[in-house]
Design a protein. Structure first.
Length: 314
């Protein structure tokens, strides 16, 4: 099968190569050998990749700390199940699915991927594979940040950093739909996009004073660093600062700070895709490219907003 591999961490996305790799063997998977308990093989139709992946240790080593290069990056997918191993639940061969794959195993920038069934949800027939793949990481991240870690409720207020971006635009829409008041932030150029996704106010981080935003129940941070630290004062007593940008020193005076990495969740994916079907949620897709053009798509000569999706099958 065709796949993108990486072997050199220092090279970043420029080190991605399109190569031929052995296809996962469905028959071996079903042999009850035990090694693939709960796995399915998925024929990938659309794949997503998060830029930071190549900085994560899990791209380079397995769970025992052993070198696992050459590794196939990309952990978001929409596709069709082609084989089941022992112990899979809720899925069948031929079923359309979407979901997140294990960080420490070969990923989805390939024609086939092996993934635990429990990490996948059914993709309804009226939702395109490209849309399905584009929902996985931003949708789950926004959902978990807002509702699991941030415990956001109707009537509360949330400051969403990077509200015009891939995760921020999803968080903005989900928070609005849940009945929260949403203040988006970003660069001036992102103002209209953030408002179009449902932000009720916008703070231009280059020109407006973040310190003037007062008393939000939740900060949803995607930027980290100094912006996360400056946001702590915007959190009201008892509120929460949630960040997806890694560990932070930002601490609200009388509140919690949580940094987290998104997890696979079938039930949440089903909630998210239902919102797309009935028009309450839309994706923020920028570039769609083929697997043959994927390396170029991940190494653009200029900044491309929105999620890049690789359409592995036409
Ligand atoms: N922990 C997790 O589980 C998890 C999950 C998903 C993503 N992430 C991480 O979250 C981060 C955001 O991902 P994303 O896909 O949403 O990125 P994105 O689409 O680039 O969104 C970031 C947004 O913030 C804006 N922005 C960036 N730097 C800014 C600054 N200094 N001041 C004002 N605005 C700024 C960007 O504007 P421009 O486009 O103009 O730069 C963009 O609108 C990435 O680092 C990603 O790796 C973490």
């Amino acid at each position: 099968m065709k796949a993108i591999i990486v072997t050199d961490q220092a090279a970043g996305t420029a080190g991605m190569k399109l190569v031929e790799r052995p296809e996962p063997q469905g028959a071996a998977l079903a042999s009850l050998s035990g090694a693939n308990y709960g796995d399915v093989v998925v024929q990938v139709h659309a794949s997503g990749f998060t830029g930071d992946e190549l900085a994560w240790p899990s791209t380079w080593i397995d769970r025992l700390g052993r070198d696992r290069t050459p590794s196939i990056p990309g952990h978001e997918l929409a596709g069709v199940v082609t084989a089941l191993s022992y112990g899979t639940t809720g899925l069948s061969v031929g079923q359309r699915v979407f979901g997140l794959t294990d960080w420490t195993r070969d990923g989805t920038l390939a024609e086939y991927v092996v993934v635990e069934a429990r990490n996948l949800a059914a993709l309804p027939g009226d939702v395109d594979f490209t849309v399905g793949a584009a929902l996985v990481m931003p949708g789950l991240t926004a959902w978990q940040g807002l509702f699991e870690h941030g415990r956001l409720c109707a009537g509360q207020s949330v400051l969403v950093h990077g509200a015009a971006g891939v995760v921020g635009s999803m968080a903005t829409q989900l928070a609005r739909e849940a009945g929260a008041y949403v203040i988006g932030t970003g660069r001036a150029a992102g103002r209209q996009t953030a408002l179009d996704f449902g932000a009720q106010e916008f703070v231009d981080l280059d020109n407006d004073a973040l310190e003037d935003v007062g008393g939000v129940h939740l900060v949803f941070d995607v930027l980290g660093g100094d912006i996360a630290k400056r946001s702590a004062s915007a959190v009201r007593a008892g509120g929460t600062l949630v960040t997806i940008a890694g560990p932070t020193e930002a601490r609200p005076a009388d509140g919690r700070t949580i940094d987290f990495v998104v997890e696979a969740n079938r039930a949440q994916l089903s909630e998210i895709v239902q919102r797309v079907r009935d028009g309450r949620l839309r994706t923020n897709i920028g570039t769609v490219a083929t697997l043959d053009d994927a390396v170029a798509a991940f190494n653009p000569t200029e900044r491309r907003p929105g999620k890049t999706i690789i359409r592995v099958r036409p």
